[in-house]
Design a protein around this ligand. Structure first.
Ligand SMILES: [Zn+2]
Length: 187
C-alpha cells in the first residue's frame, strides 16, 4: 500500500505544488516580525530518493527587505521534514508503521529507503523531545479525547487522514504536519 503511494510518479509534482501554495501564502502575508516585504532567498537541500541516491532540490525561503529586520522566513513545507535527509512522506509513513501494528511493512520501507537503525532512533527522539514543545502540539492535543504520546503522532495523522489510501489523503496528512516539521531537530 504505502509503497505504491511513495512510488507514484505524480507525488513529487503534487508536493511541489502544495509547497508553492504555502510559500505564496507566506510571501503574501509579509514579514511576521515587522510586516516588511519578503524577497525570495531559497536554498538548496539534498534529500534521499528511493534507495540511497541523493536528490538536490530547493526549499522556498524568504528574506525580509526591511532595514533593521532582514530576518529569514522559511514557510512550512510538505516535502522537507525539518533538516532530515529523507523526504517527509517517507518520514511520516515509516514513523507511523513503526508505531502501528505493521512491523513487517515498516521493515520493508526501511529496506527500500536505506534507513538505518540509528536514523530511526533519531526520528524517535525527535518526535519524543521536540514535538511536545511546539504550539502545534499544544493545539493538536485539544483535538484528542485522551492524552496522546507524541511518538504516536505520525500514526495518529496517518489514521485520521487515511493517508495510505490515496495521494490526496497522504498530502493532506503531510500538510497537517507541515508546522511541526519546521522545528529544528535531529537531521
Ligand atoms: Zn521583517
Amino acid at each position: 500500500m504505502s509503497h505504491s503511494l511513495l512510488d507514484d510518479p505524480r507525488l513529487p509534482d503534487f508536493l511541489c505544488s502544495v509547497d508553492g501554495e504555502l510559500a505564496s501564502e507566506a510571501q503574501a502575508a509579509g514579514c511576521p516580525h515587522c510586516g516588511g516585504v519578503l524577497h525570495s532567498a531559497r536554498y538548496a537541500r539534498s534529500v534521499r530518493g528511493g534507495g540511497t541516491d541523493a536528490i538536490n532540490d530547493y526549499r522556498a525561503s524568504f528574506c525580509c527587505a526591511q532595514d533593521g529586520c532582514r530576518r529569514r522566513i522559511t514557510p512550512p513545507s510538505v516535502r522537507f521534514a525539518g533538516r532530515k535527509r529523507f523526504p517527509s512522506p517517507v518520514v511520516l509513513l515509516v514513523s507511523a508503521a513503526r508505531h502501528g501494528a505493521r512491523p513487517a511493512q515498516a521493515r520493508a520501507l526501511e529496506r527500500t529507503y536505506g534507513i538505518s537503525r540509528s536514523t530511526l532512533a533519531r526520528w524517535q527522539r525527535w518526535w519524543r523531545e521536540k514535538v511536545p514543545g511546539t504550539a502545534f502540539w499544544r493545539m493538536a492535543r485539544t483535538q484528542f479525547i485522551s492524552p496522546v504520546d507524541p511518538t504516536c503522532m505520525a500514526t495518529q495523522r496517518v489514521e485520521r487522514f487515511n493517508a495510505t489510501t490515496t495521494l490526496d489523503n497522504l498530502v493532506a496528512a503531510l500538510r497537517s504536519l507541515a508546522p511541526v516539521h519546521d522545528i529544528r531537530g535531529h537531521a
